[in-house]
Design a protein. Sequence first.
Length: 225
Amino acid sequence: MSNKENASQKIKKAWPTKAAMDQVYELNLWGTNNGAFYSGSGSHNPEIVNPYIEVVSSFLQSFISPLVVCDLGCGDFNIGKQLVKYTKSYIGIDIVSKLIAYNKENFKAKNLEFNCLDIAVDNLPVADCVLIRQVLQHLSNTEVQNIVAKLINFKYVILTEHLPNGNFKPNKDILSGQGIRLKTQSGIDLLVAPFNFKVKQKKQLLAIPLKANKGVIVTTLYTVF
């Protein structure tokens, strides 16, 4: 059997994104702690989390009227729970239904709600600002394109992605799931092909280099309109 045939079979066997993400949490593929769900060290390592909370909370507090925030891929909510108080309302979205049920039970505030949605397929809630933290890096280009088409409805997009060090070829396609493009020396850049996200302004808020030359976690603010 040729390499092309093998590759074709692998693509055909790709899991739906929901099933892949369900498995991530069921098998603790991103690690585990004392909680029922764990979204990985990127959501718990203080060296990564604390600077992110600082810059995003500073942005949210810069508005006289608090923003409505939609967190696409809220995960175990270790980060989101620290931002809710700076918003008019905070909507946590994730594709894993058991995770959303857990979050509804364990995180409560008058201005907080959770919804189980597939952000590449379903309509998104109305909001001023979207947070997408280390989510797109796990998704195929087709799913990312579907999401980008919806981002034009939000004034602000705060995107966080794990990128290679130095120069890299952006947006190599992958199968949606646990892995990310870093393994192929690639990463997400929404402003170039095939996504070509049109924005009014781009501003890098944060860049956190990881140890052992394992890339950099970059947070970027896009002003859409």
